[in-house]
Ligand binder design. Structure first.
Ligand SMILES: NC(=O)c1ccc[n+]([C@@H]2O[C@H](COP(=O)([O-])OP(=O)(O)OC[C@H]3O[C@@H](n4cnc5c(N)ncnc54)[C@H](O)[C@@H]3O)[C@@H](O)[C@H]2O)c1
Ligand SMILES: [Zn+2]
Length: 390
């Protein structure tokens, strides 16, 4: 028997800026051509840009081309592809092959770059194509939604949907760099712009009571999605997510604990039950609300803290109910409960659900009581004063 350790220590860098392709901006140049590394090597770059971003920011494509044209011969724009985005792009396997072909046509090797500009779905798709081309080429992510800037885009996972299952095929790969450019958010519809705030509230509830209090103080400005507070909230959320990945001890998720998936077991099921009518952010708000009431019923959270947290979520504009939650199967059981089983399967064995016990404090439980979940959902529905279901 031979046994050794394979050790890797990779930098994980997230930059914050506005207008990365403005003519005077040098951040991207500094990232792609670090002074200390092989100064004379030519770097080829393939840009993959989401269609909705290109359409929402009409000058962007020209600005990208002009920015690269102004570089010297060491930094070459070898291709620019515009692809559709949103969740459907992760269900479209031919797109993966198109991206591989684009990477091949642009002559991108392991010292060149793919830059993905888009929402979390596009980043997942392009990230997967990049991680599997040449066994992994350098990827720079430029997330364009609040949710991906605050959470998924700064992570180390990629993937597309397969066999009708979300993220069934994918890899863990640390991006070469992430550039959060707040200018990209300007074309995002208001409801989508609000979505990222819930991941910030989520990570504050689990990790950072002071951040939670800050959002309470700024709730009115946050509800108006004022850029100054929105950017600050995205930045702190990204920081806490990256801190978890880099210091949590399990960046590639070998264990079963997923502390940052608070509220997500119901959210994933609700997104699916609603045929994706309910967006991820809105579903997470509802999932968190239900698990907060569950924790309250289980004696883990005071009613006062529960009300305080729900109040913040509602003040910033989230509606904490969706009728799909009361869908039942032919045996009269709540379909959403199936989400617990799916979450357990996703973790690969032991169920591990994070519950908040106070703002900034959380604990894990390994079983959930179906009757209490049902009571929590009924309570949530009751307080939202929705019409009775028939
Ligand atoms: N890899 C991870 O760790 C991770 C973590 C969380 C979520 N995710 C994945 O991320 C995806 C969700 O990402 P998302 O919330 O960013 O949503 P999204 O990518 O679906 O984008 C939401 C909508 O906004 C549009 N859009 C994106 N940027 C825009 C812009 N700047 N202007 C105008 N329109 C724009 C998109 O076309 C889409 O219609 C899901 O597939 C989820 O599974 C991945
Ligand atoms: Zn999420």
């Amino acid at each position: 028997m031979i046994e050794r350790r394979v050790s890797l220590s990779l930098p994980h860098r997230v930059f914050f800026t506005e207008g990365v392709f403005d003519p005077a901006q040098t951040l991207l140049r500094d990232v792609l051509c670090p002074a200390e590394a092989e100064a004379n090597r030519v770097r080829r770059v393939l840009i993959v840009l989401e269609k909705a971003v290109a359409a929402g920011q009409p000058g962007l494509e020209a600005a990208i081309r002009a920015w690269f044209a102004a570089q010297d011969g060491l930094l070459v724009l070898a291709g620019l592809r515009i692809i559709p985005g949103g969740e459907p792009c992760k269900n479209d396997w031919p797109l993966v092959e198109e991206l591989w072909a684009a990477i091949n046509d642009a002559g991108i090797d392991r010292h060149s770059y793919v830059i993905a500009i888009g929402g979390g779905a596009v980043l997942d798709l392009v990230g997967f194509a990049a991680a599997t081309a040449h066994r992994g080429i350098r990827l720079v992510r430029m997330p364009t939604t609040t949710l991906s800037q605050a959470d998924g885009g700064v992570g180390v996972k990629n993937g597309v949907n397969h066999f009708g299952k979300k993220n069934w095929v994918g890899t863990f790969a640390v991006p070469f760099a992430v550039i959060n450019d707040f200018r990209f958010l300007e074309s995002l519809p208001v409801a989508d712009r609000r979505d990222g705030v819930i991941e910030a509230i989520k990570v504050a509830l689990i990790r950072d009571a002071a951040f939670f209090r800050e959002m309470e103080t700024e709730a009115a400005a946050l509800a108006r999605l004022e850029p100054a507070i929105l950017h600050r909230v995205i930045q702190r959320s990204a920081e806490l997510h990256v801190q978890h990945i880099c210091t949590g001890g399990d960046p590639f998720e070998f264990g079963s604990a997923r502390p940052l998936d608070f509220g997500h077991w119901i959210a994933h099921k609700l997104e699916q039950l609603s045929g994706f009518r309910v967006s991820h952010g809105r579903a997470v708000a509802i999932g968190m609300a239900a698990d907060l009431q569950y924790a309250c019923l289980a004696g883990l959270l005071t009613a006062e803290d529960r009300d305080r947290i729900l109040a913040l979520m509602e003040r910033v504009g989230f509606i904490l109910w969706a009728d799909e939650l009361l869908a039942v199967n032919s045996a009269g059981q709540l379909v959403v409960l199936r989400g617990l089983e799916e979450f357990r399967e996703h973790l690969g064995g032991e169920l591990c659900i994070t519950l908040v016990t106070a703002p900034g404090e959380a604990r894990e439980v390994h079983e959930m009581d179906d009757a209490l979940v049902q009571q929590a959902l009924e309570w949530l529905r009751g307080r939202t004063a929705v019409p009775a279901l028939t």
